[in-house]
Design a protein around this ligand. Structure first.
Ligand code: XMP
Length: 434
């Protein structure tokens, strides 16, 4: 199906993703692009119905105010210029602050000026992607690293729909996942969706490599590099696979930098596969925002616990087992995290608090257990709210919940004799402890 497309061109606004998101929320597909698109690049985007020249405070680049390319002006579609004198089209001085007022400006442009149809919705996206995946892959085979995170799970579900058992998923259990997660991946994908799933128990490999390593960056590097190695070994055992599925989403692309804003962050999970393993990428989610990815996952029948799961770092519980990872302390992190999640769910906090977890640092203090001195670890509870993870506030927990957590964690988690609460916002703390 031909989607109507609205281009949001980056002329130095910091609000490009927000505006693109709001256009999609009105039922019209939108994409963000640099200001200087060439005629050839424009030609590759079918059905452009309108252009927003989104100016803002980063419009001066190297001392010159940037403007859209001649090719953009030659498009001959309605244009809306924000914050600057464009060569043609309507102009507004700035986006209104208020959401409803912005939606009104956008609606007038999308529907009255550009005549867009409301064709952007989850079901159309799924149908369209299934067709595109089939076209791209032909009768080939696809390999996918399935971590159980939202993005890789939704890619897996889409690929299963599109090509069935010509998809091979590899789930690497590195021992740093939350309690029950590897089992859930196997149950949902192999048992319920019938996927071709290779489960790799690499727990010993990872923990042996990490033994004695206390430096957080070294830990991250070891986990990332070992992950690639395990995945590569599995890939080499398989034959006739020429495509690699990837859970890239739109913010990954936007955050890797535009022409007016420097990269926000580089990706800290993804390493490269060796060059002799050459795959063509299949990235069906690369134009979706996170909430759209979740909607697609839900529509494809993935369980809520997978689709709405809270963010979880790539290096997993490894960065919450602060200091050199040992098996017993790692278990203390995993068990206390499971108790925390269970109690948050019971108290109606699941889905309300952005991220919550426990940390068990490598220190011991004296306590009393069974009338004897016992040197054990403290377990730290961290629960935060944020919009973009750049800053965060602390969730204020009820004392009754704190008492329950303390009672359960100190009695059910071997090796923990104290419970502490981290009440530090970001800044000065980061969300994770490492
Ligand atoms: P910080 O600790 O930097 O975390 O305030 C911000 C958000 O990023 C997550 N995080 C990571 N995610 N790999 C990831 O995929 C990592 O190495 C990593 N470190 C932190 C963190 O959980 C929080 O949501």
């Amino acid at each position: 199906m031909q989607q109507d497309v609205i281009l949001v061109l980056d002329l130095g606004s910091e609000e490009n993703p927000k505006i693109a998101r709001e256009i999609r929320a009105l039922g019209v597909y939108s994409e963000i692009h640099p200001h200087d698109l060439t005629a050839a690049e424009l030609g590759a985007i079918p059905n452009i119905r309108g252009v927003i020249l989104n100016g803002g405070k980063n419009r001066i680049v190297d001392g010159v105010a940037i403007d859209a390319s001649e090719a953009v002006y030659a498009l001959n579609v309605p244009m809306l210029a924000v914050d600057h004198d464009a060569k043609s089209g309507e102009k507004i001085s700035a986006w209104p602050e208020d959401d409803a007022a912005r939606a009104a400006v956008l609606s007038a442009f999308l529907f009255d000026k550009c005549g867009c149809g409301k064709t952007w919705n989850t079901q159309n996206f799924i149908d369209d992607q299934i067709e595109r995946i089939r076209r791209q892959v032909g009768d080939g085979k696809v390999l996918l690293a399935l971590s159980g995170g939202v993005d890789s799970s939704v890619v897996a579900a889409l690929l299963i729909k599109a090509i069935g058992d010509r998809l091979t998923c590899v789930h690497v259990n590195h021992g740093l996942l939350r309690k029950g997660e590897p089992e859930q991946v196997v149950r949902v994908f192999r048992d319920e969706l019938g996927a071709n799933l290779i489960y790799v128990d690499a727990v010993d490999r990872f923990l042996d490599k990490l033994a004695g390593v206390a430096d957080p960056e070294k830990k991250r590097k070891i986990i990332g590099a070992e992950f690639i190695r395990v995945f590569e070994e599995e890939a080499r055992k398989l034959e006739g696979i020429s495509f690699l599925g990837q859970g890239t989403i739109y913010p990954d692309i936007i955050e890797s930098g535009t022409k007016t804003v420097k990269a926000v962050k580089s990706h800290h999970n993804v390493g490269g596969l060796p060059e002799d393993l050459q795959f063509e990428l299949v990235e069906p989610l690369k134009m979706l925002f996170k909430d759209e990815v979740r909607a697609v996952g839900a529509a494809l029948g993935l369980p809520d616990s997978m689709v709405y799961r809270q963010p979880f770092p790539g290096p997993g519980l490894g960065v919450r087992c602060v200091g050199a990872i040992t098996r017993d302390r790692l278990e203390a992190v995993r068990e206390s995290d499971a108790i925390l999640r269970e109690e948050f769910a019971k108290h109606g906090l699941e889905g309300k608090v952005w991220q919550y977890f426990t940390i068990v640092p490598d220190i011991k203090s004296v306590g009393v257990r069974d009338n004897k001195r016992a040197d054990e670890w403290p377990c730290v509870i961290r629960a935060v709210n944020t919009v973009d993870a750049m800053t965060a506030t602390v969730e204020e927990l009820d004392w009754s919940l704190i008492h329950t957590l303390t009672e359960r964690i100190t009695h059910e988690v071997p090796g923990v004799n104290r419970v502490l609460i981290d009440v530090t916002p970001k800044p000065t703390g980061t969300i994770e402890w490492e």
